[in-house]
Design a protein around this ligand. Sequence first.
Ligand SMILES: Cc1cc2nc3c(=O)[nH]c(=O)nc-3n(C[C@H](O)[C@H](O)[C@H](O)COP(=O)(O)OP(=O)(O)OC[C@H]3O[C@@H](n4cnc5c(N)ncnc54)[C@H](O)[C@@H]3O)c2cc1C
Length: 338
Amino acid sequence: MNIKENISLKELNSFHLDVKTKLFVEVFSEDELREILSQEPFCALPKLILGGGSNILFTKDFDGLVIKNSIPGIKVTNENDREIYVEAGSGLLWNDLVRFCIKKNYGGIENLSLIPGTVGAAPIQNIGAYGQELKDVFYSLKGISLEDISTKVYSKNECEFGYRDSIFKRELKGRFYITSVIVKLNKNPEVNLNYSALKEEFQKLDLKEIRIRDVSEVVCKIRRSKLPNPEDLGNAGSFFKNPEITEEVYLKLGKEFYDLNSHKLTSGNYKISAAWLIDKCNWKGKSIGNVGVHAKQPLVLVNLNNASGIEILDLSRRIKKSVFEKFGIMLEEEVNLV
Ligand SMILES: Cc1cc2nc3c(=O)[nH]c(=O)nc-3n(C[C@H](O)[C@H](O)[C@H](O)COP(=O)(O)OP(=O)(O)OC[C@H]3O[C@@H](n4cnc5c(N)ncnc54)[C@H](O)[C@@H]3O)c2cc1C
């Protein structure tokens, strides 16, 4: 196995932060992973699993072993008249899995088109967009414990999925390496246009029949028009989660802000748009030194010019402070801080 020393991760994270890792290895199979985890001195080192690096903010060099996940593969494991179970290696690009399924007309992940990163990272924060979440189609995942190298399968319930959340972001954070994921898709798909921006686009298009490939195309079009491409402008998508507030807070804010952007949850609480909160604090399009808030989407913090992770972290803290001072709401990071 090719262990590299003291290498830059600049091209391996979507913020393009020039941090170094003490040791680096890329793994292509479960066997390679087991081998590295059982070898001295690697077993005792701090480890970081790296997929596409599109949801990580490196604030310093990593003093341990970065394991770049490149476990490939895609296959059908089971099917009946209505459903099909597709298993993907965790190192496969998420969008490659989406494209595979759209080509075969397997429905359920078309609204998640073009989300950057790998299949293995998708369950970590239960990726979601345009009215769909991974958990809606998730069946199970397999992986290896970084502590005792045992293999374990997690069912949907065991993953404890929530909004941009799972057990792998909490109790099992950094302790479990996901090697494959199975999704359960629909062989006779019905399109999901519950998300208003999507519905509006299709009203304009006025198609006779809407197929999942149309949904994917429209989602890609909207995403490209709204989000900066990390190749051109370093970013990690939404930096913060949309906060949840009680009905009491919602009613209080609603009196002051007629355009409050929120929706009611089944719990009775309200989810409020973090982008709206940040915009109301006048951060949209602002920059400080080498970092900034994107002009079209204030949830996205951008690396304007060889910034450091600390500069981005500092900007995020300023934003949190001003949102808290204005609204009494504390934003929580969606991005993983390392
Ligand atoms: C432009 C842009 C748009 C985005 N849009 C969306 C969106 O619409 N919806 C959304 O939900 N997210 C979005 N994201 C965030 C990001 O794409 C997802 O969170 C994605 O799943 C991260 O995948 P990754 O492989 O890059 O993970 P990484 O950034 O490499 O890792 C993220 C975390 O997962 C851990 N991890 C990675 N792989 C594994 C593994 N195999 N086993 C265990 N732990 C692992 C890492 O250690 C880290 O803690 C966007 C990001 C960008 C840059």
